[in-house]
Design a binder for this molecule. Structure first.
Ligand code: SAH
Length: 342
């Protein structure tokens, strides 16, 4: 059954009109869902009994179950079970500017990035918009705090689930929905060109992060199979157009893998690749996992890489680390649960 949280306000208005009811019912329901945060349809006391019965017949109000929670300093990780017994995870990070939730967008992932734990399991299915909304609501309810920022950097490739992701953004961005400002939402993609173009036509000021991880096509294709389909030589011009069209600043994510993409030559090549694009590089110390061979760069190599980019006048930050003590790298909690079950 469809989660009611996957309905945009417009979808819900159409639903009520199709039931010969009033359009404004949709706003009433949205108030119960997103302001009063009820957990059953029966609590929607300003609706008539038959309206409530109709909603119960057509929609479910809870499709996600929290099955595990791990806590570290300023970070908590949540494992959810879906209606079909699949598992996904979300990670909450407490920053001084607010509470940022990293959510999953698919069960498994088909992108096959060699360093990423999530991709060890192929995509089973896309998450529905309502399941993604519920990730936010369930975490917020569990910790008793408002989620102020959302990043689509958990399990899955958001642009391989484009339609549901855009519906999700419409719902959480809507001022009658979760009212999350679009500048507080970040989509991260491995670089699916046609969807980046589609996304540039939308009115949202949502941030876009590109998982770059290599400064040239040879190395990037070795690390990320998607680069064979959408190579840098095609991706970079599309990103330039994206920035020109939207006037939004891009983020480039760059994981530092010891001896692979963290050399001084790579840093210079990266500076050259990004010259003139309105964006900044986020250097990510790699979270090592049991199952994959890659190692994290040494702190001194990370500093060297950072210094070269700075000297080359590229904006750069080093990502603050949250997760390494609690297996919070993408897909690690789910994958350790599934190994336990085998
Ligand atoms: N598929 C999307 C979003 C999910 S991955 C994308 O590719 O952007 C989110 C980010 O985490 C990506 O930049 C990804 O490359 C990075 N990542 C994956 N495994 C990691 C690990 N073990 N340590 C640090 N970052 C990792």
């Amino acid at each position: 059954m469809k989660s009611i949280y996957g309905m945009t306000l417009k979808n819900l208005e159409d639903y009520f009109v199709s039931c010969n009811d009033k359009k404004y019912r949709a706003t009433q329901v949205y108030e119960w869902l997103y302001r009063k945060r009820v957990t059953s349809f029966d609590e929607m006391t300003n609706l008539k009994k038959e309206v409530i019965e109709n909603l119960k017949e057509n929609f479910s109000l809870s499709t996600l179950q929290l099955v595990q929670k791990e806590e570290g300093k300023d970070v908590s990780k949540f494992l959810f079970e879906l209606y079909d017994k699949e598992h996904i995870e979300a990670v909450l990070m407490q920053h001084d500017y607010g509470n940022s939730l990293c959510i999953s967008t698919q069960v498994g992932c088909n992108m096959g990035c060699t360093f990423c734990e999530s991709g060890r399991r192929k995509k089973v299915r896309n998450l529905q918009a309502g399941e993604m909304v519920e990730e936010i609501l369930k975490v917020s309810e569990t910790v008793g705090k408002r989620i102020s920022h959302v990043v689509l950097m958990g399990i899955g490739e958001p642009f391989d689930n484009y339609d549901e992701v855009i519906t999700f953004i419409e719902i959480i961005n809507h001022d009658k929905g979760l009212a999350l400002g679009s500048r507080h939402i970040t989509i991260s993609t491995c670089g699916i060109i046609p969807k980046i173009i589609d996304f540039s036509h939308l009115p949202y000021q949502v941030n876009l992060a590109i998982s770059l991880h290599a400064p040239n096509d040879t190395l990037r294709s070795y690390l990320m199979p998607i680069n064979k389909v959408y190579p840098l030589k095609e991706l970079m011009p599309v990103l330039k157009d994206y920035v020109n069209k939207t006037h939004r600043r891009l983020t480039f994510e760059y994981i530092l893998l010891k001896g692979v993409n963290d050399t001084e030559d790579c840093a210079h090549e990266l500076a050259h690749l990004l010259r003139g694009i309105n964006g900044y590089v986020n250097l990510i110390p790699y979270n090592e996992t049991h199952y994959l061979k890659w190692k994290r760069s040494t702190p001194s190599q990370i500093s060297k890489f950072y210094d070269i980019l700075k000297k080359e006048k590229i904006s750069v930050t080093i990502r603050r680390e949250f997760g390494s003590t609690i297996s919070a790298a993408c897909g690690q909690l789910r994958s350790s649960k599934e190994e336990d079950e085998v």
